[in-house]
Design a protein around this ligand. Structure first.
Ligand SMILES: CC(=O)SCCNC(=O)CCNC(=O)[C@H](O)C(C)(C)COP(=O)(O)OP(=O)(O)OC[C@H]1O[C@@H](n2cnc3c(N)ncnc32)[C@H](O)[C@@H]1OP(=O)(O)O
Ligand SMILES: CC(C)C(=O)C(=O)O
Length: 516
C-alpha cells in the first residue's frame, strides 16, 4: 500500500482558466493572482501560453521574474519550435522553470486535426521534447485527449518522449469524457509500465469537467498512482472547466486516511484565492459550490442548527477556518479606525505597507461607510481596486467626471461630462433605456466605435446600500475587451465599467504601438 505520498499541485488558472471567455486578465492582474498562488503554496504555476500574444509573453515573463523563486513556473507550447522558444524565453529567468509541450494522442486528433500518420505525429512529439531538452532540463509532455486515445499508441508515445528526455508525463482528459474508475485504471496501467521504464518520471493528470467528473477523476488518478495534479481555482477552464483545486486539495486533506497523500497547499488561503479570482475576472462562484461557495459553510435548517450547536462535527466535515473562511464576517462601520481597516485589508491578502496608499483607501472607506453604514470584505475589494487603478494607470485616458440620467418610458436621456488629458468633454444622448442612453453619450464623446457584446450586473454585498458590480464586454475591430466597475450607484458603476472597457481598448492600442 502507498503511504503518505506528497502530491505536486500545478495551478493552471492563468493558462487553462484564462481560456474562458471574459476571464482575460492584464499583466498586473496576472501578477497579483500569481503572488496569491505563491501564498497558497502551489508547487508549479502554469502562467500562460506565451506564443499566443505579446501580452501573454510579457505576463509569463513578469511572473517568472517576480514570483518564480520558491515556486516552479511553466507555460504551454505546441510541438512547434516557435512556441517552445517563447516558453523558454519567458520562463527561463525563474529558479525552477519547466517547458510544457502538448500534442494530440487520440485517433481523432491525429487524423482530423493533424491529418498525418500516427508515426509522424509521434515523431513531432519526440523532436519537440528533444529540442526543449536543449533549452531546459525540466520538460513536461501532455498527451492531449489521452482518455480517448488507443492505449498502445498512447503508451508508445509516452515511452518515446520519456526516452527523448521528458521528465513529466501529463495525462489529460481533455474533453472531460473519462469516468473515475476507468480513468483510475488508465493511470494505474501507465504508472505500472512507467516505473519500469523510468522511475523518476512524474506521472500527472489534467481533468476537464464536461460531465462534472473532473475532481472525481483527479482523485481516482491519485488513488491509482498519479504523483502530480493539474487544477484551477474555482474550477475555471476551457468549456465546463477543470478540476477545482480547492475541492481536490480538501478531498485529499479531509480523507487523508483514504488517499494517504498530502499536498503543500496552505488551505487557509483557499477562500482568499477564490475571492481574488472572482474579483479579478468578474466570474462568480455559484452559492452552493463546494469549499468556496457562499453557502458552503452556511447551515439554515433547524435540525442542522440544533445538531451543530450540540457538536460541530454533527454536520461539518471540515471547519470554515481550515479553508480561510471566518465563522463570522468582519463588519466595519464609519466608527472603525485605521487599525481595524488595515487588519481587514491585510486579511484579504493586500499589502498595507505604503502609508500614503493606505490613507487614501481609509478616507474612501470613511466616505463609503457613511453612505453604506456597514462595510464588508467585498466593499473593501472595491475600494482597493478603485484606489489602485487610478494612480497605476495614470494613462487612463477618459475619466467619468459627472453624469445625469433621466429615465421614462418615452425618451430616456443621459448627459455626461468626461475628462481627457485635463480637458472637459460634454455630451448627451437618448437611448432605449437609461444605460443605452449613457453608453451612447460616452461612446460619442470618446469617438471609439466599440460594440457592447455583454452586460452583467450583480450585487456583491448585503443590504439596500449594497455595492453593484458591473461587468461588460466590448468588441472593437474583432477583439474583445472587458470593463468592470463597482459602486453603490449602479448607473455610475455601469458608466464607469463602459469607460474602463474603452480605456482598455486605448491602452491596448498604445501597448501595441510600443511593442511592434
Ligand atoms: C487542450 C488545450 O487547452 S491546448 C491549449 C489551447 N490554448 C491555446 O490555443 C492558446 C491560444 N492560441 C493561440 O493564440 C493561437 O491559436 C496560436 C498562437 C497557438 C496558433 O495560432 P495560429 O498559428 O493562427 O493557428 P490556429 O490557432 O488557427 O491553428 C492551430 C494550428 O496549430 C496546429 N496545432 C494544434 N495543436 C498543435 C500541437 N499541439 N502541436 C503542433 N501543432 C498544433 C493545428 O494543426 C493548426 O495548424 P495548421 O494551421 O497547420 O492546420
Ligand atoms: C495542455 C493540456 C494539458 C490541456 O489543457 C488539455 O489537454 O486539456
Amino acid at each position: 500500500m502507498i503511504h503518505n505520498r506528497k502530491i505536486i499541485v500545478l495551478d493552471t488558472t492563468l493558462r487553462d482558466g484564462e481560456q474562458v471567455p471574459g476571464a482575460k486578465l492584464n499583466v498586473q492582474q496576472k501578477l497579483e493572482f500569481a503572488q496569491q498562488l505563491k501564498r497558497l503554496r502551489v508547487d508549479i504555476i502554469e502562467a500562460g501560453f506565451p506564443a499566443s500574444s505579446q501580452g501573454d509573453f510579457q505576463a509569463v515573463q513578469e511572473i517568472a521574474r517576480s514570483v518564480g523563486g520558491s515556486v516552479g513556473i511553466t507555460a504551454l507550447a505546441r510541438a512547434v519550435k516557435n512556441d517552445i522558444d517563447a516558453v523558454y524565453e519567458s520562463v527561463r529567468i525563474a529558479q525552477d522553470p519547466l517547458i510544457h509541450i502538448v500534442l494530440g494522442a487520440s485517433n481523432v486528433h491525429v487524423e482530423k486535426k493533424f491529418n498525418r500518420s500516427k508515426d509522424a505525429v509521434l515523431q513531432m512529439g519526440v523532436d519537440a521534447v528533444k529540442y526543449a531538452k536543449t533549452l531546459l532540463p525540466q520538460v513536461q509532455y501532455s498527451t492531449e485527449d489521452a482518455s480517448r486515445a488507443d492505449f498502445e499508441y498512447l503508451w508508445k508515445t509516452i515511452e518515446a518522449v520519456v526516452r527523448a528526455g521528458a521528465t513529466m508525463i501529463n495525462i489529460p482528459d481533455t474533453v472531460g469524457y473519462a469516468e473515475p474508475e476507468e480513468f483510475g485504471e488508465l493511470i494505474r496501467k501507465i504508472q505500472d509500465r512507467l516505473k519500469n521504464l523510468s522511475d523518476a518520471t512524474i506521472l500527472s493528470v489534467h481533468c476537464h469537467n464536461d460531465l462534472g467528473l473532473a475532481t472525481a477523476n483527479t482523485l481516482s488518478a491519485v488513488k491509482n498512482g498519479a504523483k502530480k495534479i493539474e487544477c484551477t481555482i474555482n474550477g475555471l477552464g476551457e468549456r465546463a472547466g477543470n478540476a477545482s483545486l480547492e475541492e481536490t486539495v480538501m478531498a485529499l486533506k479531509v480523507r487523508e486516511s483514504l488517499y494517504r497523500c498530502s499536498t503543500n497547499i496552505d488551505t487557509t488561503e483557499l477562500l482568499r484565492t477564490s475571492r481574488l479570482l472572482t474579483h479579478l475576472t468578474g466570474l462568480d462562484v455559484q452559492a452552493n459550490k463546494a469549499i468556496t461557495g457562499e453557502n458552503a459553510f452556511a447551515h439554515s435548517s433547524g435540525i442542522h442548527q440544533d445538531g451543530l450547536l450540540k457538536d460541530k462535527q454533527v454536520y461539518e466535515i471540515m471547519s470554515p477556518e481550515e479553508v480561510g473562511a471566518e465563522s463570522m464576517e468582519l463588519v466595519l462601520t464609519a466608527r472603525s479606525g485605521r487599525h481595524a481597516v488595515k487588519h481587514a485589508i491585510a486579511k484579504l491578502g493586500f499589502d498595507t505597507s505604503d502609508a500614503d496608499a493606505f490613507e487614501g483607501v481609509f478616507q474612501k472607506f470613511l466616505t463609503l461607510a457613511d453612505a453604506k453604514k456597514e462595510v464588508y470584505d467585498h466593499d473593501l475589494y472595491y475600494l482597493l481596486n478603485d484606489q489602485r487603478e487610478q494612480p497605476e494607470h495614470g494613462n487612463r485616458l477618459f475619466e467619468l467626471r459627472s453624469f445625469q440620467v433621466v429615465t421614462n418610458d418615452l425618451c430616456p436621456t443621459a448627459a455626461v461630462v468626461l475628462m481627457q488629458n485635463g480637458e472637459e468633454l460634454k455630451g448627451s444622448a437618448v437611448g432605449d433605456g437609461p444605460i443605452d442612453a449613457l453608453y451612447t453619450a460616452i461612446k460619442t464623446l470618446t469617438g471609439l466605435d466599440v460594440h457592447l457584446t455583454h452586460y452583467k450586473i450583480n450585487s456583491i454585498s448585503r443590504g439596500k446600500e449594497a455595492v453593484g458590480r458591473v461587468n461588460i464586454q466590448l468588441d472593437y475591430h474583432g477583439k474583445m475587451y472587458v470593463g468592470r466597475a463597482m459602486d453603490t450607484d449602479i448607473i455610475k458603476a455601469s458608466g464607469q465599467a463602459f469607460l474602463n472597457g474603452i480605456n482598455a481598448v486605448i491602452l491596448d492600442q498604445k501597448e501595441s504601438v510600443q511593442v511592434f
